[in-house]
Design a protein around this ligand. Sequence first.
Ligand code: TYD
Ligand code: MG
Length: 461
Amino acid sequence: MKKKTVYVCRNCDHQTSSWLGRCPACGAWNTLEEETFEYDEPTSDKKNTRLSMLTRGVGESEPIALTGGDIPEYMRVKTGMAEFDRVLGGGLVSGSVILLSGEPGIGKSTLLLQLCAFLQSEGKLLYVSGEESCAQISMRAKRLGIKSDNIFVLTETDAEKVIKKSEKLAPKLIIVDSIQTMYHSQSAAVPGSVTQIRESAAMFISAAKASGTSVILVGHINKEGGIAGPKILEHMVDTVLYFEGERRQNFRLIRAMKNRFGSSSEIGVFEMTDKGLVEVENPSKMLLSDRPKNTSGNCAVCVMEGTRPIIAEIQALTSPTVFPSPRRMSGGIDYNRTALIIAVIEKRLGLHFSNCDVYVNVIGGMRIEETASDAATAMALISSMRDLPVPDDLICFGEIGLSGEIRSVSRVGGRVAEAIRLGFTKIAVHERCAHDIENVPDGVKIVPIKTIFDLLSLMAK
Ligand code: TYD
Ligand code: MG
């Protein structure tokens, strides 16, 4: 056995023989981490190691026709936690490996313990913890009111032992909390290092594929917000989920970043309460619940999260600045996008923000990534600047171009239907979209808009 130390980039898996501050392949700073390999000469072959990591579980096989009858089908189990099933594409697939990551304290362990409660009627479930003691987990279970003979807890950090013990138990689902605490006893690297994470993840993946047990791996995230460990981890697993939200607020979202068994743009919505996470079936209603009436500086918008339309509220506040260079702050919405919208308003409408601090925020800890929210951001900004409220029953969506034009958005039907369901009666959309909307109920007015000038006329007088 020979030992070799290399430095591997967390971002792109590039390898170098010495430590460097910046990865020569992808240019990222501070991403090189030490890895120690043990290998037998002369069979060591890095390429093969990488390939075997990705293909573990596929096994040796003969070519068969794709339409052949003997290809086994995947079994899907509905967990009963509707929001979780939705992100998974309709339920938990047997033998699949899911990586669930999120900030510390966001509620990953809580969510998974609650998932066990939902699944306990399906068979035995194993919750492996490398972070908390049995007593801590049982305390949390008590707090959540979970009591079941089918949920087993194991505090162990040796991946091999976990797999051996789970073989005896034959659970339907293994939860590993967290993959960063697991280690492979035959690897010389320290626990938590790139090598150990990759090795132990590979062990769980091959065990899952061989036995048909589903595995959920909890992943820590690093300072930059990515999943701690090698990038290859995300390639190895079937599904990558992010659990996100503002820790100080109660709104929590599970977002699928990759899903081999369903759409990768779905989200699940939860609220953290003193009795654990509660599913939110109607997030728009929750987000709009405390909306102030007849106040300047806020506007409703409908954004698509996967196939689901969600209505959020964008708020803007402009106030005279005391700083030589005014402050610009945006929460839940891209800062550069906000700066662009401010610039368009200044140039096209002649409203000047240069003496004002500008704060833009999306309520409820939501993050909006769609440009369809541009029109609402502009409405909120203009409304705050002129101190004229946007009518409470008005909602608008559209992307803003640099010439001040408002562009059409996708899936207008779904957005409009959600807006009508929540009681909005004035819906401002691009002219072209306005023509496509059918079955508008009485009392609801579709207002066509073409440029940001049209937004001015929508303000309450
Ligand atoms: P936890 O699941 O331990 O987070 P993670 O595993 O992602 O680090 O729980 C995080 C927080 O949730 C913790 O600060 C306490 C809070 N919490 C509640 O508000 N209600 C509850 O019922 C539980 C169990 C936890
Ligand atoms: Mg935890």
